[in-house]
Design a protein around this ligand. Structure first.
Ligand code: HEC
Length: 147
């Protein structure tokens, strides 16, 4: 399942923005990355577009959420509704950057990691799925999802 998703993400990546820069360093504190990857806040509207995008984020392959207009949402993962109530901004950031740091056997793809992705298309190697800016946009959006 996880590999299938990564393959799908790699295929879809041709349509989305690709990161051409090296990963920015980040510091994990407990179960969170407290500081923004970019040093700035993301744009929640952009983040919503990424989360509901079938090519870039693919979040809805696994998750449901407060998206009444979106059909065929996934049931492999908890609903994103209330994500901003359950988790802090920093916890959400680490979850999106690399969920395996929280749960080693998670099926959720690491959206800001370049190692361990050797079984994906060559054009995808060495690049994170989302850019640092896109990660911050997604985090800014998830923070707004209150119960
Ligand atoms: C391949 C399936 C999959 C994809 C794709 C995926 N996730 Fe997840 N996600 C999970 C699973 C499963 C969990 C539950 C915890 C775990 O097992 O790691 C989870 C947990 C989460 C949580 C914590 C849920 C909570 O509030 O308790 C958030 C937030 C989240 N995902 C956001 C996202 C976002 C945003 C995307 C897209 C950028 C995404 N996920 C893509 C599978 C996925």
């Amino acid at each position: 399942m996880g590999l299938a998703v990564l393959a799908a993400l790699a295929g879809g990546a041709h349509h989305g923005a690709r990161a051409e820069e090296p990963l920015r360093p980040y510091v994990v504190v407990g179960d969170a990355i407290p500081a923004s990857l970019t040093g700035a806040s993301g744009d929640p509207e952009h983040g919503r577009a990424i989360v509901t995008n079938r090519q870039v984020g693919l979040c809805l392959l696994c998750h449901t959420g407060p998206f009444p207009q979106e059909r065929f949402q996934g049931t492999l993962a908890p609903s994103l509704k209330g994500a901003g109530t359950r988790s802090t901004e920093g916890q959400l950031r680490l979850r999106i950057v690399d969920a395996s740091k929280l749960k080693p056997d998670t099926i959720m793809p690491p959206y800001y990691r370049v190692d361990g992705l050797e079984r994906v298309a060559p054009s995808f190697q060495g690049k994170p799925i989302l850019t640092a800016e896109q990660i911050e946009d997604v985090v800014a959006y998830l923070v707004t999802l209150r119960d």
